[in-house]
Design a binder for this molecule. Sequence first.
Ligand SMILES: Cc1cc2nc3c(=O)[nH]c(=O)nc-3n(C[C@H](O)[C@H](O)[C@H](O)COP(=O)(O)OP(=O)(O)OC[C@H]3O[C@@H](n4cnc5c(N)ncnc54)[C@H](O)[C@@H]3O)c2cc1C
Length: 448
Amino acid sequence: MGSFSGPVFRPGDDGYDAERAGYNLTVDHRPELIVGATGPEDVIGAVNYASARGLAVAVLTTGHGPAVPADGQVLINTRRMNDVQVDPATRTARVGGGTCWQRVLPHTVPHGLAPLNGSSPHVGVVGYTLGGGVGPLGRSYGFAADRVRRVDLVTADGRLRQVTAEREPELFWAVRGGKGNFGVVVGLEFGLVPVARLYGGGLFFPAETTADVLHAFSRWAPTVPEEMSSSVLMMRFPPIPEIPELFRGRYVTHVRLAYTGTAEEGERLVKPLRDLGSQFLDTLGEMPYDQVGTIYNDPTEPTPAYDSNLSLHTLDAGAVDTILSLAGPDAGSPLIIEMRQLGGAYTRPAAVPSAVGGRDTAFTLFAACVLEPGLEDMTRRAHEQLHDKMRPWATGGTVYNFSGVGDADPERVRLAFTPADYARLAKAKATYDPANMFRINFNIPPAP
Ligand SMILES: Cc1cc2nc3c(=O)[nH]c(=O)nc-3n(C[C@H](O)[C@H](O)[C@H](O)COP(=O)(O)OP(=O)(O)OC[C@H]3O[C@@H](n4cnc5c(N)ncnc54)[C@H](O)[C@@H]3O)c2cc1C
């Protein structure tokens, strides 16, 4: 084995368990070797080590988006590569391959700039961005992947490539949307947008009014301008002391709103939702952009989640009634549901075309369950039933970044792309990773 600058762990070593742990506890990686990479040389060393032994290479940044375990393979933990540089003059950020959004925001906000980050500041920039990247500014500015300018990528042949539209056009197209299928990213450069503040927050409604709220949301969302992003979360909080009393044991419908226009106009736009009147908590207000994570309040504690997603072309009354029957307060279901409105700038093609799919999605429908031991079959069935019953409103596609462990089968991965783009991705995969070294992910196998 060559030498590495960063730490290396094998089963039984001190630190092995901490190094392989991630946010979603459902996927329990037990790799043969973990490399805590500190730079490109470590990544190249790990790729060459795997290549010489016919092993696969998995990447762990935060563990928010695992698909399958890396048992017996090589795992690269990227989190030590977390430099952030911002050039306000060119509105560009450059980050290391293991950086989280929460490290980026303090560098951009003082310059009146924002990245196209997602709901949780704890998610990794690279996985999020190269999987498309759906965030609170997305209806105004589009997918995060479409703002990428350069990807520093170690490919399966152990080469460090500067992937740009000019130098590596096909790889540049494929990696923006095809995520971890083409190599390990050690650096990412992307454009920032001129946003320093937002009007936004959450409206929290009790179980009794969930049906009214969802129906009102489905009528309201198509009427608002692109500057308004919205989503709804429906879930029953567990009755445990760690949950604040206001939410403990309670079924809650949480409407999340982010508006880039003035606070005054934001207030006017959200009035129909506020006027529903039954909310027990209202956190709407003006905020500096670095507080954007408070809009969603995504959980930060590692959880064993079983999740899956599908795209909807419409959220009408029939769709709402179906969702309520399967996951509403009276359904007795383990499903946590999150729907996000897309449309707007998401529908427009990238300035430099990318592989990102799901541009025809009007609403994402993401479902998650906390995976309880012994309830795996019931959990899987709840997801299957949701997918089956929502078919009349489904585009037939998915949004790649919202792929959960229930979407790990390559036949489901395929649904995240148009058939033509999927065929092109599989061809690019055959060129750059013919042995499918990067398969511990939502995998796009190489074309035969
Ligand atoms: C609580 C929560 C909130 C989320 N919010 C959003 C959201 O608002 N919008 C959205 O679009 N998505 C969202 N996601 C999905 C998230 O963007 C994806 O799961 C993403 O892949 C997570 O990347 P990660 O690096 O944090 O996670 P990891 O599990 O560490 O990585 C997931 C995959 O990303 C790839 N990857 C990560 N780093 C690298 C790298 N350096 N080089 C190559 N490949 C890499 C690999 O394929 C890896 O398997 C959310 C997920 C969770 C759990």
